[in-house]
Design a protein around this ligand. Structure first.
Ligand SMILES: Nc1nc2c(c(=O)[nH]1)N=C([C@H](O)[C@@H](O)CO)CN2
Length: 125
């Protein structure tokens, strides 16, 4: 199985349920795992056959920093859809943390998994 991952991608976003939150920007931290058949890229050493984690990271930053939602659930869902559509990813897992949200906790957030793992998208060798 092959997974391309992005760990602790930090983005400032306008996110939150309460009125005061709609007037500020808060830190969101994305950790993303994406299934990808890595063998073609590894065998040819060709970035065009790889899932480019730099391009995915930029797309997530651009999206999350320019959109406004109340719930982190909505943000996670929309980012999942963006990655799956724009980068042809058929399975992914996103952990989205909002570290400043609960004073007594290091972090809070959601984890979602979308799509299916198949032999074609990376579950097997
Ligand atoms: N499951 C969720 N619970 C809460 C969310 C959220 O997005 N998902 N958001 C808030 C507030 O915006 C909070 O972050 C303010 O401290 C509360 N609970």
């Amino acid at each position: 199985m092959a997974i391309v991952f992005i760990e602790n991608l930090s983005v400032d976003s306008c996110i939150g349920v309460y009125d005061w939150e709609k007037r500020i920007r808060q830190k969101l931290i994305f950790t993303i795992e994406m299934a990808w058949p890595n063998k073609p890229a590894a065998q040819t050493d060709d970035i065009n056959l790889a899932l480019d984690y730099a391009k995915v990271s930029q797309a997530v930053c651009d999206f999350a920093s320019s959109r406004q939602f109340e719930l982190i659930e909505t943000m996670a869902e929309q980012v999942a859809a963006l990655i799956m559509q724009q980068f042809n990813v058929s399975w992914l897992k996103i952990k989205l943390a909002k570290p400043g949200a609960v004073k007594q906790a290091t972090s809070v957030g959601v984890i979602i998994e979308r799509g299916t793992l198949t032999a074609e998208n990376g579950v097997s060798n």
